[in-house]
Ligand binder design. Structure first.
Ligand SMILES: [Mg+2]
Length: 234
């Protein structure tokens, strides 16, 4: 076997994330409204503006999305709850609620069986820019490690996620690793750039739009183990 380790992205690779985040956001906001009154949340572009401003003041927010979310709540609640400790208490409660709801995902069909079968042959790990915790799910038992952007103080496609995956093992080189993810830059380019074998999870029938060759791809998790067998036998 050429490959020893397979790493996986989470959001939009194991599950669809947009509807989950939208619902988590909506439920948390509704709860906050009940607790503290009407909050002016603004539009998506207001939100991105606040985010950009915050990152200028606290650069670590670029990869610390939990703190970023808390900072945004802090701004929104500033006038409604002037007392700082009272406000922080409310922010933490809102954040915990969001995080819990953010984990209410529906795994794509076939993920569990593919992971279970791959775990009998390969080391498996998670590399995510998001804040989902794979160990909250039963499937978590198949993974040696899980690294998010907070752990490595950076985001894919930068090297730290991939390097820290390699460094979990004493004797692992990049060309013994496969990385699977949906994002053409963050996952595929990031892996490719280091000599990791990328596999593109493309269940939305997207066009390949990068300047390097399109990697192997699959759109259905039931096809994943067979594809990897093929790749490993080349
Ligand atoms: Mg993704």
């Amino acid at each position: 076997m050429k490959y020893k380790l397979i790493t996986f992205d989470l959001d939009d690779t194991f599950w669809d994330i947009a509807p989950v985040i939208i619902k988590a956001e909506r439920d948390t906001r509704q709860w906050l409204h009940k607790e503290v009154g009407e909050i002016e949340w603004g539009s998506m572009s207001d939100f991105l503006g606040i985010r950009e401003e915050l990152i200028k003041t606290i650069p670590s927010l670029e990869w610390d999305i939990s703190l970023l979310r808390k900072e945004i709540y802090k701004q929104k609640l500033k006038d409604l709850i002037p007392d700082e400790s009272e406000r922080d208490h409310m922010i933490n409660k809102a954040y915990s609620m969001f995080l819990e709801k953010r984990h209410e995902v529906t795994f794509y069909e076939g993920v569990y069986d593919a992971i279970k079968s791959l775990a009998s042959k390969y080391h498996l790990g998670i590399l995510t820019n998001g804040n989902a915790d794979i160990y909250k799910y039963d499937i978590g038992k198949y993974f040696d490690f899980s690294k998010n952007s907070f752990d490595v103080k950076d985001n894919k496609p930068s090297k730290p996620h991939f390097e820290s995956a390699k460094n979990v093992y004493e004797d692992m080189s990049f060309n013994e690793i496969i990385h699977i993810g949906d994002h053409q830059i963050n996952d595929v380019f990031g892996a490719h750039d280091l000599g990791i074998k990328p596999i593109w999870f493309n269940n939305k029938n997207d066009e390949w739009s990068q300047s390097f060759d399109k990697p192997d791809e699959f759109s259905n998790w039931n096809d994943c183990t067979k594809l990897i067998e093929e790749i490993d036998a080349r």
